[in-house]
Design a protein around this ligand. Structure first.
Ligand code: GLU
Length: 482
């Protein structure tokens, strides 16, 4: 058996670009990345785009930019290259042709000339009889002459794997341990399609071997394909990599995570203002947990702690509430400047001028306490960037005699200060309360409305600090009824 690599850990994320990065894909990418980091190995990105019917233009660029935004850098792959490229399967078609020829020569693959019409009828019949929809092997044993004749007649063909009909395939999965599959349940998989392109199965195995992949870490949905892959490795005489099939991702109702029940595109979470740190932390816990069972981990911590042994077998529930909680945690605890930077595009889109950095940072410091994702930050803080709008009820409060008296008093008092400290504000509130015999709602609502546009909100010293003395006076003046 040819030795695949010198014990170097080499893992890959091998998405078929569908136009967006699925959260399940992100989990696979992250687990591969963490395993590579933990073991000083290499993390490779390989694009499996041999299904030309599913081609989506821009999908590759989108995928690469999403991985970049989220912070998962790969060691080899498209754009950056590496010693085992190209890393895009549609650029490797000649390689697959050479290998499929080897299989034809050794009798491990065969030409199949069955028409789509025949296959459709076959499936229909089998469905009726409640049989599995497998190909019946009609072309498995065609003679050289028969094949030659069909070539002459230019009948389109595919190339299929000649999977053994008897016995069982046994393989080991690091999470499921021993897996046994009866061979008669496995189909003669198409390896080369009528368009000449390989299917996932052939290209995947050939590339994993040529790229010296040591561990295949992928979703559980590929477990049923593994016997076919094992057979291919054996047919080529290649060393079989280690398999790690990650547990399924589930909706809260335990059904398979689907688009129908919510968003599954990582890009959309980023667009909505979920932080990469929170998304990675959340996804890391989908089917894995550390020995200490904490919830919050930075990527650097995960790189040290990750181990395949702690991956669970049972499905992992994608709980949006937990993601929201985690995102709020990161919004409150990451560096203020970093959060401010990430929030900028949302303000730019709202056309707010955030060039006064000191003011902007104060606004972010207040706003980040009140949101669970960045797309909510503008709604929570826009009152500092635009003129206030008042409802009919607001105007009733503003025009009350009591309110008007408070406004005039505050304008007069605030003018006396260069800058108001929290203590100055507390004293002013006390003084106002005593002078006009008001407290609670009657005291706070008119002031908050005048400065913040709402009766409820952050503490007054915070609001006043953000607005600054002059703006505070201006906001009161605007409401004085002459
Ligand atoms: N191209 C497959 C996918 O889209 C990769 C499966 C594997 O990792 O082997 O998920």
């Amino acid at each position: 058996m040819k030795n695949n690599n010198n014990n170097e850990i080499r893992v890959r994320f091998a998405p078929s670009p569908t136009g967006f990065l699925h959260v399940g894909g992100l989990r696979t990418a992250l687990f591969n990345y963490l395993f590579a980091k933990k073991n000083s190995g290499k993390f490779i990105l390989r694009i499996e785009d041999t299904d030309r019917k599913r081609f989506v233009s821009g999908a590759l660029e989108n995928l690469i930019s999403t991985l970049k935004s989220i912070g998962l850098a790969y060691d080899e792959g498209p754009k950056i290259g590496g010693s085992f490229g190209p890393y895009i399967q549609s650029k490797r078609t000649e390689i697959y042709k050479k290998y499929v020829q080897e299989l034809l020569d050794s009798g491990d693959a065969y030409y199949c000339f069955c028409s789509e019409k025949r296959l459709e009828k076959l499936r229909k019949d089998r469905r009726k009889r409640k049989f599995s929809l497998m190909y019946d092997g009609k072309c498995r044993n065609l003679s050289k002459e028969e094949i030659g004749k069909k070539f002459e007649q230019k009948i389109p063909y595919v190339i299929r794997l000649k999977f053994p009909k008897n016995g069982t395939t046994i393989f080991y999965d690091k999470i499921r341990e021993k897996v046994e599959v009866e061979n008669n349940l496995v189909e003669d998989q198409i390896l080369i399609k009528a368009d000449g392109f390989p299917t996932y199965h052939l290209a995947n195995v050939v590339d994993d071997h040529l790229m010296k992949i040591s561990h295949i870490i992928r979703g559980e949905e590929w477990l049923s394909s593994t016997p076919k892959h094992i057979f291919l490795y054996q047919a080529f005489g290649w060393e079989i990599p280690k398999f790690v099939h990650l547990p399924l991702l589930l909706n809260p109702d335990k059904s398979k995570l689907s688009k129908r029940q919510g968003d599954v595109a990582v890009e959309n979470y980023l667009k909505k203002g979920y932080l990469p740190e929170a998304l990675l932390n959340f996804v890391a816990l989908l089917g894995w947990h550390a020995a200490d069972d904490r919830e919050i981990y930075s990527l650097q911590e995960l790189e040290k702690l990750f181990s395949i042994k702690r991956i669970t077998k049972s499905g992992a529930v994608f709980d949006l509430e937990k993601l929201n909680w985690m995102n709020s945690h990161y919004l409150r605890n990451l560096g203020l400047e970093l959060v401010a930077e990430r929030a900028k595009p949302f303000f730019e889109e709202a056309k707010f001028d955030v060039s006064d950095k000191e003011k902007y940072l104060k606004i972010i410091s207040m706003g980040r306490q009140r949101i669970s994702n960045l797309s909510e930050i503008v709604v929570q803080t826009e009152m500092f960037y635009r003129n206030l709008k008042f409802s009919k009820e607001d105007n009733e409060i503003i025009s009350e005699e009591n309110s008007q008296k408070i406004y005039s008093f505050w304008i007069k008092e605030i003018r006396k200060f260069q800058k108001l400290s929290d203590e100055d504000i507390a004293n002013l509130i006390k003084k106002t309360s005593e002078k006009f015999s008001v407290k609670g709602k009657n005291l706070y609502f008119p002031i908050r409305l005048a400065l913040y546009g709402k009766c409820h909100g952050p503490d007054l010293p915070i609001i006043i600090d953000i607005l600054g003395k002059n703006e505070v006076i201006k906001r009161f003046q605007n409401l004085i009824i002459k």
